[in-house]
Design a protein around this ligand. Structure first.
Ligand code: GDP
Ligand code: ZN
Length: 299
C-alpha cells in the first residue's frame, strides 16, 4: 500500500450503538459513525468508503432471542462458543443444551469450560460434563482465580480461533476473560476515548486479541442465554445427544420426536441410550420455540 493511502478494509472491534471502531488491515484503528441499528456486528469484515461502511458477508453469527421474542445478533465470524459452567452458581436445566443448539445452528463449534477448579465439587462437574457433552465439543476444567488449566485454554485459542464466552451470571466469565486477556479493561477505556464517547459509555461488544493468539469477544450485559433463535423443525437436528438416533430415520418424515410411533429418538430413550431428562429438555425447548413461532404468526 502506497504512502498516504489508507486501508479501506478492516474488522469491527467495538460497537457503541452510534459508532463502531474499525481495526483496518494496516493496523490503524479509528471510529466510524454508523446509523443506530445499522446491523454492523463486532467481528464483521467491513469495507469503508466515503459513502459509509459496508459489512461483507459473515459466517458464525451468534444470535439470541430476548424475552420479547426479538432476535439480537451478538457477534460474527465466530469459531467457538465457550459455555462456562461452575458448581456455584449452577446453570439452569437445559442451559448447556440450548447453548449447543444455538452454536451448531450458527455453524460455531461449542466448547464447555468448567470454571472454579479450586472448589472441591468441580472435578465431579467436570466428569459429568465430559460424560454428557464430551461428544459435542471440547471440555476444559479451569480456574480463573488460581490459573488452573488456563494454558490449555490459551493454547486452544492460539490456533487463531475467535470465541465468545456465555454462561449464567456468576460462573466467572469476566474473571476468565481478564485472566487470559489482561488488557481487556484498559482496551475498552482506550476505545471509548478514541470515539469521544467517554470512558464509561457501555459498549455492546468488543473484540480482544489474546497475547498468545486468537481473539475473544466481550459482550457486557449480554451473556445469559434466552431461547435460541431457530425454528422448531431445526431443533432436533442440532440437539446434543440426538445424533445417533437420527441416523436411523423415524417412521414419519416430519416426526417431532414427541410421541409419534416409530420414532427413533423415543426408541433410544426406551433403550436407555438417551437419558430421559435430555429428552425432557428437548420437549421443553420445543414447546418454547412452538409458542414463539405461533406468537410471531399472530395466533
Ligand atoms: P460472570 O458473572 O460470569 O462474569 O462472573 P464473574 O467473573 O463476575 O465472577 C463471579 C464470581 O465468581 C466472583 O465472585 C469471582 O471472584 C468468582 N470466581 C471467578 N473465578 C473463580 C475461580 O476460579 N474460583 C472461585 N472460587 N471463584 C471464582
Ligand atoms: Zn422421531
Amino acid at each position: 500500500m502506497g504512502s498516504g493511502q489508507r486501508s479501506t478494509r478492516g474488522t469491527v472491534v467495538a460497537h457503541f450503538g452510534i459508532a463502531v471502531s474499525v481495526r483496518f488491515d494496516d493496523e490503524t484503528q479509528r471510529p466510524v459513525d454508523v446509523r443506530r441499528n445499522s446491523g454492523h456486528l463486532v467481528g464483521d469484515r467491513v469495507e469503508w468508503s466515503p459513502q459509509g461502511l459496508k459489512s461483507l458477508p459473515a459466517t458464525g453469527v451468534l444470535r439470541r432471542r430476548d424475552k420479547h421474542g426479538r432476535i439480537h445478533s451478538i457477534a460474527s465470524n465466530l469459531d467457538v462458543l465457550g459455555v462456562v459452567l461452575a458448581v456455584r452458581p449452577p446453570s439452569p436445566v437445559g442451559f448447556v443444551d440450548r447453548a449447543i443448539v444455538a452454536a451448531r445452528a450458527a455453524g460455531i463449534e461449542p466448547m464447555l469450560i468448567v470454571n472454579k477448579a479450586d472448589l472441591a465439587e468441580s472435578a465431579h462437574l467436570h466428569e459429568q460434563t465430559l460424560a454428557d457433552y464430551g461428544s459435542c465439543g471440547r471440555v476444559f476444567l479451569v480456574g480463573a482465580h488460581r490459573g488452573e488449566g488456563l494454558d490449555r485454554l490459551r493454547e486452544f485459542f492460539a490456533a487463531g480461533r475467535r470465541g465468545v464466552f456465555i454462561g449464567t451470571s456468576g460462573v466467572g466469565k469476566s474473571s476468565l476473560l481478564n485472566a487470559i486477556c489482561p488488557d481487556v479493561d484498559l482496551e475498552v477505556g482506550d476505545l471509548n476515548a478514541s470515539t469521544g464517547l467517554g470512558r464509561h459509555v457501555t459498549t455492546t461488544a468488543t473484540l480482544h486479541r489474546l497475547p498468545g493468539g486468537g481473539e475473544l469477544v466481550d459482550t457486557p450485559g449480554f451473556r445469559d442465554f434466552g431461547p435460541v433463535a431457530i425454528s422448531p423443525r431445526d431443533l432436533a437436528q442440532h440437539f446434543p445427544g440426538f445424533e445417533p438416533s437420527l441416523e436411523e430415520p423415524c417412521r414419519f418424515n416430519d416426526c417431532s420426536h414427541r410421541s409419534e410411533p416409530g420414532c427413533s429418538v423415543l426408541a433410544a430413550v426406551r433403550s436407555g441410550a438417551l437419558a430421559e431428562s435430555r429428552h425432557a429438555t428437548y420437549l421443553q425447548l420445543l414447546a418454547e420455540l412452538d409458542a414463539i413461532e405461533k406468537d410471531a404468526r399472530g395466533y
